[in-house]
Design a protein around this ligand. Sequence first.
Ligand SMILES: *Cc1c(COP(=O)(O)O)cnc(C)c1O
Length: 397
Amino acid sequence: MPTPDAALAPELDDWIAQGLQRRRRAVRPVPGSGGVRLAVDGIERLAFCSNDYLGLALHPALVAAAQAATARFGAGATASPMVCGHSEEQAALEDELAAFLGRPRALYFYAGYAANLGALPALVGRGDLIVSDRLNHACLIDGARLSGATVRRVPHADLAAVEAALAAGSSARRRLVVVDAVFSMDGDLADLPALLALCEAHDAWLYIDDAHGLGVLGPRGQGSVAHWGLDGVPGLERLIHMATLGKAAGGAGGVIAGSETVIEWLLQRSRTYMFATAAPPATCAALRVALRLIADEPQRRTQLARLRERLRAGLRGLPWPLAPSETAIQPLIVGDSTAALALSAALEARGLWVPAIRPPTVPEGSARLRITLSAAHGLDDVDRLTGALQALAAAQG
Ligand SMILES: *Cc1c(COP(=O)(O)O)cnc(C)c1O
């Protein structure tokens, strides 16, 4: 057998030759910029790429809470939550997450990826059916695979296809519809009321991943469930609600909220919960502050809406369409991968950082600039971006 180097070098060369190599940039937030200005490999850029949609990651109250908790609890949780890693901070965070999301109980995982990878195999298995939107996030796809359930991928946002898949799977022991509530590369919303009604009609469960809705949608930032006014609707007991806390909440981790029974089951059976070290208590402490700010200070959501309107108005008439989106994710669809990369590079030369997203992350022919807004941006920041894109479009003729 060849050594790892001998086996992998040609594959790596091939990967690079196909233009698929991804590179990381070492970043540092510019002080006082709320994280929207980053020193990137030492050079300052105005960034439209983070998922810190409310600008909370650098908020002094979160930082102070994390510092105080680090001093009391130490830098790490020291063990799995099942042993001695379930800190008082994590216990309090779980109670506050349940109240915030309006469900009886919540379970906090060290990462959103781990939440989906742990929960899906705990909920369904061989003999069960998962109906999965084609644009679902990678960790929903991986969790579905790991579960051993039969997975039916349906075209994006195609309710008729979901219905057909549920009808065809009526003999499965359990049927679970799995969707991103806000699609991560498009910013559009899954029609949760319609999906919940389909689940009612076909006696199925609905699992939503609200990574990009929490903090951004809903009157108090509770996310997609509140946005759609689903609190208290019939069938809500079929809903299993997952969200992440490393985006608008400015911290890290994932949460699953649901009934006492569902959460107790997940606590007993999610391997990524049981066999991984709990998140640092400092992260939990910062998140508790974030939840308060998200719920009580709507001005960040107001600012986000203002920035979004400004961006959409400023990008009208460009050769590249802006996909419809009422969230902080505003994708400019370029189409060709090379063209998207070139546009991203041209913006970078003007001091702007907007990442190009290419297949296989997005469907073939839909390479894009994934513009993300943060409440820490100013209108002048958005104007700088729209001005640069208009100039680049004009230069192309
Ligand atoms: C980011 C993301 C995750 C993963 O969450 P992490 O906390 O970053 O591990 C899961 N689902 C969706 C839709 C995401 O965008």
